[in-house]
Ligand binder design. Structure first.
Ligand SMILES: [Fe+2]
Length: 177
């Protein structure tokens, strides 16, 4: 599955630290297995259940959020000339994993994706951070996952978490118009 996951999400290869890159891929792999999904399911899985209908799947959404995050970071680094330090490996890993909890938040009823029992108890930022924690991901990445949505509002986010939060909402709010 590993190679096919990388083919689906080539942005994994942008993580420079080989240990972090490998762990990021393993978290996705294990989440697919633990949620009893297949890679084909991922291509059909809507990135949100909050919109009546969307043709954007979870993989495309994750890739868009990851690339938006990276571009924001690159612009900030270039224009602010390093005055706002950004850890791009944390940013990439955190954005690739920000919605991995959706593999536990959803279940399938026939062709339809619906909220699972687990999803009603724990939203994906919580289940995703908890799952990544089992894989010894750095706390900076658990923070990005846990704080990427409204769970992080009102709390102090790291710069990487601020970027992923906004990149995620750009890729959600724009689709409601
Ligand atoms: Fe998202």
């Amino acid at each position: 599955m590993r190679e096919n996951l990388i083919l689906l999400m080539p942005e994994c290869e942008l993580i420079k630290d080989s240990v972090l890159r490998e762990k990021t891929i393993v978290v996705w792999e294990d989440a697919v297995r633990e949620g009893s999904w297949t890679l084909e399911d991922l291509k059909e899985m809507p990135f949100t259940l909050l919109l009546e209908q969307t043709s954007i799947n979870l993989i495309d959404h994750t890739r868009a959020v990851t690339l938006c995050s990276l571009h924001i970071a690159e612009v900030m680094e270039e224009v602010y000339d390093g005055r706002i330090p950004i850890n791009k490996d944390y940013l990439l890993s955190g954005s690739i994993l920000h919605d991995v909890g959706k593999l536990f938040e959803y279940t399938r009823e026939g062709k339809k994706f619906v909220k699972s029992r687990s999803g009603n108890l724990l939203r994906h930022p919580i289940s995703g951070a908890a799952f990544a924690s089992k894989h010894d991901m750095p706390e900076e990445i658990l923070h990005i996952i846990a704080a990427h949505s409204r769970e992080g509002d009102g709390a102090r986010r790291t710069v990487e978490a601020v970027i992923v939060n906004h990149a995620d909402f750009v890729n959600f709010e724009s689709l409601k118009i």
